[in-house]
Design a protein around this ligand. Sequence first.
Ligand SMILES: C[S@@+](CC[C@H](N)C(=O)[O-])C[C@H]1O[C@@H](n2cnc3c(N)ncnc32)[C@H](O)[C@@H]1O
Length: 287
Amino acid sequence: MSRSPALASAPGMEFGLADAEFRGLRDLIRKHTGIALHDTKRALVQARLGKRLRQLGIEGFPAYVAFLAGPDGPGEIRQVINAITTNLTRFYREPHHFEHLQHQALPYLVRERAATKRLRLWSAGCSSGEEPYTLAMTVLAGVPDIARWDARVLATDIDTEMVRTCKEGVYAAEQAEPLPAEWHRRHLSSTDRPDRLTVGDAARRLVTCKPLNLLDPWPMKGPFDIVFCRNVVIYFDHDTQVELFARIAAIMADDAWLYVGHSESLFRVAPQFKLVGRTIYRKTGTG
Ligand SMILES: C[S@@+](CC[C@H](N)C(=O)[O-])C[C@H]1O[C@@H](n2cnc3c(N)ncnc32)[C@H](O)[C@@H]1O
């Protein structure tokens, strides 16, 4: 395997990762997360888990694989998952989704749900929380008289470190730069550190952050009116995507919207949805 000199000298790369251990770790990761790692991700696994070996004082990957198979294995798998997930996100990512939500989906839902005044949104694979808090800000901008509504944004992720950050709701100031100026002013306040901002109470009140593996059974019942599942399934294989989107369709209201990532498509994956905009889907009601 060839590696760049920078990666070869990165922390954690001192532990060699042989084929057998890489395959074992890859199977374990796939079983627990749905993430199917290609051979090209070997250096990534080596670097990220190598750091963990160093923390534990374990002398090499064979011993680490044995550790994972032993009595401490179930707890340690949590660390493997947290190390392997890719958590890139930001506020107001893919603005056209939030514009569609504010100006098309929410006006419809405000009319259609006027009797119950119940709105449910789900950020499935929310990472550190910038997506669900942007959803909350969009609801605050798009639902007149929001105090009279029972509106909630569920934010879930498999990575427990990300869920912790989501609950804290404190971010590097540059993460929030893409937000419209008015939302920035209204929903983010300064902290005792000049480079950090905290999410205000109005948006926080709407959001609940919880750990959840999308492959596990789900405790919530729905129905959801809006689901964001963006940039989560990119490493899932086709069958896992088919199964996941069927479950997502089943927990959505018949007229609900689903938003996926910029490089994702439900073509030949989820017949329960029709494409209604750029990476925006609506349940067909036939699923
Ligand atoms: C690249 S981030 C996307 C964050 C956000 N949705 C966005 O688009 O900005 C992908 C997230 O999916 C989460 N994830 C990966 N596999 C998952 C699974 N099986 N269940 C729940 N979350 C998962 C990762 O932990 C990570 O935080």
